[in-house]
Design a protein around this ligand. Structure first.
Ligand code: ZN
Ligand code: ZN
Length: 219
C-alpha cells in the first residue's frame, strides 16, 4: 500500500509544545505546523527527512506556538500562514500588551499569508484544509491533511484549550468542537500539547471520552 502522508510529532521548547512536520512521501513537499522553538533541531530533522517546506503554518497567534516562526522563515525561505482573524486581532497594540502579560512572551510578526475557513493549500499530492475553530483564540484553526487533524489548543486528548485568555470564549469553542465531531471517527487527532493519556487520539475516541464533547455537546 502506498503511504499517503508522513507525520512527525516533535515536543519542542520549555513549554513542550507539539510541533508537526507533515511530508508528502511522493514529492517531499512539506509543511511545518507551529514551530515553537528548538529551531536548529527542527531544521536538522527537516534536512534528514529531505523535506522541502512549502508553508510554515500557525494554528493560532499565541507566542508559545510561534516562537520559531522568524528563524525558520529565514532558514527555509517559506511563508508564514495564519488565519486572518488572529493575524488581525493580535496586531492591535493593546491586545499585544495584554497577551504579553498573559504568556510572558512577545507575539509573532504578522503573517505572510492570511488564511480563511475552507482554504485548501496544495503541498505535493496533499491538500491542507483550513478549518476555522475559534474559541481558544478568535482565529484558531485546525488543519486537516489526509484524515490527520492538527487540533492544537482547540482540542486536546481528553480536554480542550483554555478560554480565559484574551479573545477566548467557551461558548464559541464548544461550537467549534461540534464542527470537528462531524468528521469521520477514524480521523487522527494531533494536539498542541501532550496533556492526555496518549500523545494522539481519534475523533471517535474523543467523542466517547472527552468531557468537553460528552458533557457539553452529546449530553
Ligand atoms: Zn494557545
Ligand atoms: Zn498552547
Amino acid at each position: 500500500m502506498t503511504q499517503h502522508v508522513i507525520v512527525k510529532q516533535i515536543p519542542v521548547g520549555s513549554f513542550q509544545v507539539m510541533t508537526y512536520l507533515v511530508v508528502c512521501p511522493q514529492t517531499r513537499e512539506s509543511v511545518i505546523i507551529d514551530p515553537a522553538g528548538d529551531e536548529e533541531e527542527l531544521f536538522a530533522l527537516i534536512q534528514s527527512e529531505e523535506a522541502r517546506i512549502k508553508y510554515i503554518l500557525n494554528t493560532h497567534a499565541h507566542a508559545d506556538h510561534t516562537l520559531g516562526n522568524a528563524k525558520l522563515k529565514h532558514l527555509l525561505s517559506a511563508p508564514v500562514c495564519m488565519h486572518e482573524t488572529d493575524d488581525q486581532f493580535f496586531s492591535d497594540r493593546s491586545i499585544q500588551e495584554m497577551s504579553l502579560k498573559e504568556l510572558g512572551l512577545p507575539g509573532p510578526d504578522s503573517a505572510d499569508i492570511r488564511l480563511k475557513d475552507k482554504d485548501v493549500l496544495k503541498v505535493g499530492m496533499l491538500g491542507v484544509e483550513v478549518i476555522h475553530t475559534p474559541g481558544h483564540t478568535p482565529g484558531s484553526v485546525c488543519y486537516l491533511i489526509h484524515w490527520h487533524l492538527f487540533t492544537c489548543d482547540t482540542l486536546f486528548v481528553g480536554a480542550a484549550g483554555r478560554t480565559d485568555l484574551i479573545g477566548g470564549s467557551l461558548e464559541t469553542l464548544i461550537e467549534s468542537l461540534e464542527k470537528l465531531i462531524g468528521l469521520p471517527k477514524e480521523t487522527v487527532v494531533w494536539p498542541g500539547h501532550d496533556y492526555g493519556t496518549s500523545p494522539s487520539s481519534t475523533i471517535g475516541r474523543e467523542m466517547e471520552e472527552n468531557p468537553y464533547i460528552t458533557d457539553f455537546i452529546l449530553d
